[in-house]
Design a protein around this ligand. Structure first.
Ligand code: SAM
Length: 318
């Protein structure tokens, strides 16, 4: 021991000085809400991150000064800020991977909200609704209890127009205030015995009370939602549905071809969601599948097995 002490004493003083000097704090500690700092750190530690995170970053072209990150920086900071602050306390690879998920969640929500704020989609899509309803949707949902319906991502209400004929009340929800306003203008607060409530979501929440909904519905919208966002919504349906209630969700299956990809770059702007992931999320959330099938050219989409139609339900506790 005394030999070791003697050796230590003989080391030059500057070595001790360097050992005691503090390592510079990671920039995510000084700017924890800034997605660019997290992406910079993730690129520095790239080889230490899980393969899934590496693939997510590459397929979303996540670099610190990517145009999309710069453009949506404020939105990401607003929605992801609290989580990023928490993760910045210990920015190890596992925390960096979580931060990247959080950034992708809110980047894709912001992109999708922005893409649908205005445009010709709503007018173009309206004339196709009757046929889609009769041929594809109604045969799957006709046995469900529409009493208190929730429609997620309503757009300008072409689906609401059909749902209102069977529902007593509809919670009409969208991430865009302009879409909710368009529906309010179209349907008002009451129409033919159905009452309407209008709500804006932050992008992954259902702003309704727990166990208040008998039927959830979303058509031609979740196809664009990143799998992280779809998972959030599945858990929200688990909370919002009454026991025995069900939800019909039209979502992407394109993740089988392009896992961990960005909806903005894929065929038909489909996300990285899959039928199999939906079955996993449903199970994790304590829900069950009543019906599921793939949807492709026969339903009017460009390629086979592009999408998936899932009818899930909340089991009645035994
Ligand atoms: C392609 S439009 C479809 C609208 C409607 N379902 C229809 O069939 O006409 C997509 C809709 O999803 C909404 N949206 C996008 N991201 C959302 C999100 N994260 N949560 C809720 N709504 C979202 C958009 O504002 C838009 O109204």
């Amino acid at each position: 021991m005394s030999e070791l002490n003697a050796k230590l004493r003989s080391l030059p003083a500057r070595i001790f000085k360097n050992m005691n000097r503090k390592m510079p704090a990671s920039p995510v500690k000084s700017a924890p809400r800034d997605p660019r700092e997290w992406i910079k750190l993730a690129r520095e530690k790239f080889d230490l991150l899980p393969m899934r995170t590496q693939e997510l970053m590459d397929r979303h072209e996540l670099v610190p000064d990517a145009n999309a990150v710069v453009f949506f920086k404020d939105d990401i900071e607003r929605e992801a800020g609290v989580t990023l602050e928490r993760l910045a306390a210990n920015p190890e690879p596992a925390a960096i991977a979580q931060a990247i998920d959080e950034i992708i969640r809110w980047l894709t929500v912001s992109q999708c909200a922005h893409a649908h704020r205005e445009g010709l989609y709503f007018a173009h899509a309206e004339p196709h609704m009757a046929q889609q309803w009769e041929r594809i949707i109604w045969p799957i949902i006709k046995e469900e209890d529409f009493t208190s319906t929730l429609e997620l991502a309503c757009g300008h209400g072409r689906n609401t127009e059909f749902l209102r004929r069977f529902a007593k009340s509809i919670d009409v929800i969208d991430v865009n205030q302009v879409c909710v306003d368009a529906c309010r203008e179209r349907f008002g607060s009451q129409r033919d015995g159905c009452s309407f409530r209008y709500r804006v979501t932050s992008g992954n929440q259902l702003p309704v009370e727990s166990s208040s909904i008998s039927f959830g519905y979303s058509w031609d919208s979740m196809v664009h939602f990143d799998k992280l966002v779809v998972r959030d919504y599945v858990f929200e349906f688990a909370r919002a549905l009454k026991p025995g209630g069900s939800a019909f969700l039209h979502h992407s299956n394109y993740g089988t071809i392009a896992p961990n990809s960005s909806w903005t770059k894929n065929h038909g702007n489909r996300s990285d969601m899959t039928a199999e992931l939906m079955r996993e999320y449903v199970k994790e959330a304590g829900l069950a599948i009543k019906f599921q099938r793939l949807s492709g050219r026969a339903d009017g989409w460009g390629i086979d097995d592009l999408d998936c139609l899932t009818l899930l339900f909340k089991p009645v506790a035994s």
